[in-house]
Design a protein around this ligand. Structure first.
Ligand code: C5P
Length: 230
């Protein structure tokens, strides 16, 4: 048994709400929340800033290894990513960073580096970790695995209203196109593609409100913990 609790792995495509839902679940359980996408985003951001290039796996691994990675805890359950003492937040949400992160996430060396860091961060349990390959590759032995899905249209609509709610311009058709392209890249890549682990629970949130998704995961958690007798 892990010292701090179990590992809850949440995988699924871009814009499905893994972070929102994961943070709420972690908050209710008193668990840490780790977004592994942020790690890929942080490296992509650094590569863009330093002009390191986005295609050379070896160079990117060397860059990743040269950085001081820290995951300081904020006020909520979510850890921020800090590189060489610089805490990254809004930078990671930029469109160019989303695109670049999906690009570098194809590379085998980069993925291996990230996996090592993610395993270290979650090994003791007591964590909700979200990404694309947590249940299949990073923690195939996670005690609870969720695959969260929703139609591309529903995800694009949510993203559009989220941006507009923040007073930002958002074009639904463009966002939908972007989501479909990122899905294709994340599911079609050779190394650890996005896919449901065989033993993951499939939740389709296309017409399911967020709080229902959270409740469903908490219920699965309770059942699982009971089964495990912990
Ligand atoms: O989840 P998020 O959109 O922040 O992830 C950014 C990118 O990082 C994704 O498009 C995906 O290609 C990559 N990623 C991954 N494996 C993970 C988490 C993210 O390949 N576990």
């Amino acid at each position: 048994m892990r010292s701090d609790g179990i590992i809850v792995a949440i995988d699924g495509p871009a814009g499905v709400g893994k972070s929102t839902v994961g943070k709420l679940v972690a908050g209710r359980l008193g668990y840490r929340f780790i977004s592994t996408g942020k790690m890929y985003r942080a490296l992509a951001w650094k590569a863009l800033e330093t002009g390191a290039g986005l295609e050379d796996d070896e160079k990117l691994v060397a860059l990743a290894g040269s950085l001081k990675w820290e995951f300081p805890r904020g006020s909520g359950p979510e850890a921020d990513v800090s590189l060489d003492g610089r805490r990254l937040a809004l930078e990671l949400a930029e469109e160019r960073v989303s695109k670049a992160s999906s690009g570098i996430a194809r590379l085998a060396g980069v993925r291996l580096f990230m996996r090592g860091m993610q395993r270290e961060a979650g090994l003791n349990g007591g964590v909700v970790m979200e990404g694309r390959d947590i249940g299949t590759n990073v923690f195939p032995d996670a005690e609870l695995k969720i695959y969260l899905d929703a139609s591309p249209q529903a995800r694009a609509a949510r993203r559009t209203s989220q941006l507009r709610g923040q007073g930002l311009e958002a074009d639904y058709a463009q966002i939908l196109d972007f989501i479909i392209k990122r899905d294709a890249q994340d599911s079609g890549r050779k190394n650890n593609p996005l896919k449901k682990a065989e033993d993951a629970f499939y939740l389709d949130s296309t017409v399911m409100p967020r709080d229902k998704v959270v409740d469903a995961i908490l219920e699965l958690f309770r059942t699982r913990v009971e089964d495990l007798k912990i």
